[in-house]
Design a protein around this ligand. Structure first.
Ligand code: NAP
Length: 281
């Protein structure tokens, strides 16, 4: 297949390039192509003539989105509209990457694929707008929602926890944000399977199981051999930031499991990630 990836230098884009090695892949990112520039994205997708576009590019800094909501909508909402219209024009399927932050995060039972979108912050609102654009424009589209993504080389939670643990020997991490830590490599491999199915729809690609940020940090410390580091549990209200994350946006994979696509438990994925980081050092 000919596959075109936006956000190709990001965590998921990089993992996809590795997972799709058997395909003809074109990667784009800033500064070469801005998805908010309709003419540029039409021209680039037109030149590549892809069978499938995997749209990972996004303004992913949630606090930045809170400070600049119009920019968040221009990149995540209108940028996705541009990508979807270019797919329509050039006859490509689309895999749109969304997020768990399209949900309110107040349902203690978590979220299945069909539940209504109710974003509570600007990032989530811009990503919910993106999903609406995709559904209005394209019939041949997959919407994939990961959560709490991490990848080698990425600016992610694990990287931040290990840096802080090593530099200061103590941590303060929130207990009232619960989600599914998810390895980008596993999402990329699941997407590689999904695009063979032509089973268009909405999917939750998260590693199985869930935990709070505090529990996630404890497991990172345990697996990294840093159990002497003090990890103090705190509440989100004690940790000032521009954006408010959904407190309990746990995703359940029901649709992908029904077609045989399941992601392993998050603790196993974390072990694999830490192993790959150590072997790259
Ligand atoms: N990270 C998470 O925890 C998480 C969780 C759930 C869902 N997601 C979703 O998963 C997808 C991939 O996330 P990720 O973690 O791989 O993100 P990432 O590492 O931040 O990569 C996103 C890429 O998009 C690029 N980009 C930003 N604005 C752009 C624009 N206007 N035009 C073209 N490219 C642009 C970024 O470039 P710059 O770096 O130069 O800005 C970056 O290379 C995103 O759609 C995100 O919303 C992420």
């Amino acid at each position: 297949m000919r596959i075109f990836i936006t956000g190709g230098k990001g965590q998921l884009g990089t993992a996809l390039a590795a997972a799709l090695i058997d395909h003809e892949v074109t990667l784009t990112d800033l500064p070469e192509v801005d998805i908010a520039d309709k003419l540029a994205i039409f021209a680039t997708i037109g030149a590549a003539q892809p069978d499938v576009v995997i749209h990972c590019a996004a303004y992913t800094n949630v606090d930045g989105c809170a400070r600049e909501p119009e920019l968040a909508y221009r990149v995540n909402g209108l940028g996705t509209q541009n990508v979807a219209l270019a797919c329509l024009e050039h006859g490509a399927e689309l895999v749109h990457i969304s997020t768990n932050e399209v949900f309110a995060g107040d349902n203690p039972a978590g979220y299945a694929e069909w539940m209504p979108l109710e974003p509570r912050n600007e990032y989530g609102r811009s990503k919910a707008a993106a999903e609406h654009h995709v559904r209005h424009i394209l019939q041949r589209a997959y919407i994939v929602r990961p959560a709490w993504l991490y990848a080698a080389g990425g600016r992610n939670f694990i990287h931040a926890i290990l840096n802080r643990a090593r530099s200061s020997g103590q941590l303060r991490v929130v207990t009232d944000e619960v989600g599914n830590p998810t390895y980008a490599k596993d999402v990329a491999e699941a997407i590689a399977q999904l695009i063979q199915t032509h089973q268009y729809g909405t999917y939750h690609f998260v590693n199985s199981g869930s935990c709070s940020r505090w529990e996630f940090a404890n497991e990172i410390l345990r697996q990294a051999g840093l159990t002497h580091v003090v990890n103090t549990p705190i509440l989100g209200s004690e940790f000032k930031r521009a954006s408010t994350p959904p407190p309990y946006a746990v995703l359940h994979n029901i649709a992908a499991a029904a077609i045989g696509i399941r992601l392993r438990p998050w603790q196993e994925a974390l072990a694999d990630y830490l192993q790959s980081v150590i072997s790259d050092q």
